[in-house]
Design a protein around this ligand. Structure first.
Ligand code: CP
Ligand code: NVA
Length: 316
């Protein structure tokens, strides 16, 4: 890597599949590198020169697709886009996932993939020697959570002891926030309905790491308890991609978890509102909150670019 002298090298796993492969120190380094790339993008304009990266999408995307595409090109690299969003072109139908990965391994330098099943990413990573980056799966969205904590660090400084409340579905975004919060020393309170809690193995790993870092990961069902005094209030869609058939049931179960003016009033007066987007006005968040002065959703969205550039700079 021609630009490695520009920053302190970070040693990481070859892949980014969950966010749990990062040590607390590596995670902090990556946020620092994101800030450096945001401040001085020109220094990284050749980091990916001569590199080709495959972007595989089984699900729709605006932010992830554009920020990876623009980010890779702005570092001198090239993108090969593989569209698997149509059922007729489903990934693994024409040939096995392992064969797709083994072939890509011979032509390109990395794979960024948005998939329905986390297992697909694991199979790709096991079959290819090149780095595989999770661009969202049913279980995790690590690029999102890294951008979220980078956004909070920009606004509040150190994240140690930062009080973040997550309200809604214990989903992919929630899981990644948990892994990263544990590694960054954040105090994360999660309020979900009883049947939509985050997965036990994610809870167990996050609590194990939290003991080392003095982070706190707390699970509850009462959104008001989670938000009380929080410096950040985060929510996500009640119905994630792939769960559309459950939409009506979910809208009823999650109604008490809507982030509205009344709920935000329980948080710290300087609290920010966060959402990974796309948002559903009138469901998980009201327009007054999403579009109001406390909302930092577009900063989160912008910062996807810098965090992903830092990930690419590090892995390639
Ligand atoms: N937040 C996020 O990943 O957005 P997209 O689904 O548009 O990529
Ligand atoms: N939890 C959402 C996030 C979208 C970026 C989903 O998986 O659809």
């Amino acid at each position: 890597m021609t630009t490695s002298a520009l920053v302190t090298p970070i040693s990481l796993s070859n892949d980014l599949l969950t966010g749990a492969e990062w040590t607390p120190a590596h995670t902090l380094d990556l946020l620092q590198l994101s800030a450096e790339i945001k401040a001085r993008p020109g220094r990284y304009a050749s980091s990916l020169t001569g590199r080709f990266i495959a972007l595989i999408f089984e699900k729709p995307s605006l932010r992830t697709r554009v920020t990876f595409d623009v980010g890779i090109q702005s570092m001198g690299g090239s993108v090969v886009f593989l569209d698997h969003t149509q059922a007729s072109a489903s990934l693994g139908a024409r040939e096995s996932i392992a064969d797709v990965a083994r072939n890509l391994d011979r032509w390109v330098h990395g794979i960024v993939a948005r998939v329905y099943k986390q297992k697909v990413l694991e199979e790709m990573a096991a079959s290819a020697t090149i780095p595989v980056i999770n661009a969202l799966s049913d279980k995790f969205h690590p690029c999102q959570a890294l951008a979220d904590f980078f956004t909070l660090e920009e606004k509040f400084g150190s994240l140690r002891g930062f009080k973040l409340a997550y309200v809604g579905d214990g989903n992919n975004v929630c899981h990644s926030l948990m892994y990263l919060a544990a590694r960054l020393g954040v105090h994360l309170r999660i309020a979900t309905p009883h049947d939509y809690k985050p997965e036990p193995e994610v809870v167990a790993d996050s609590k194990r790491v939290a003991k080392e870092t003095k982070a706190k990961i707390e699970l509850m069902t009462d959104p008001q308890e989670a938000v009380a005094g929080a410096q950040g209030v985060y929510t996500d869609a009640w119905t994630s991609m792939g769960f559309e058939s459950e939409g009506a049931v979910r809208s009823a179960v999650f109604a008490p978890y809507q982030v509205n003016h009344e709920l935000m009033a329980l948080a710290d007066p300087n609290a920010v509102f966060m959402h990974c987007l796309p948002a559903h006005r009138g469901l998980e968040v009201t327009p007054e909150v999403l579009d109001g002065p406390q909302s930092v959703v577009l900063d989160q969205s912008e910062n996807r670019m810098y965090v992903q550039k830092a990930i690419l700079h590090t892995l390639f």
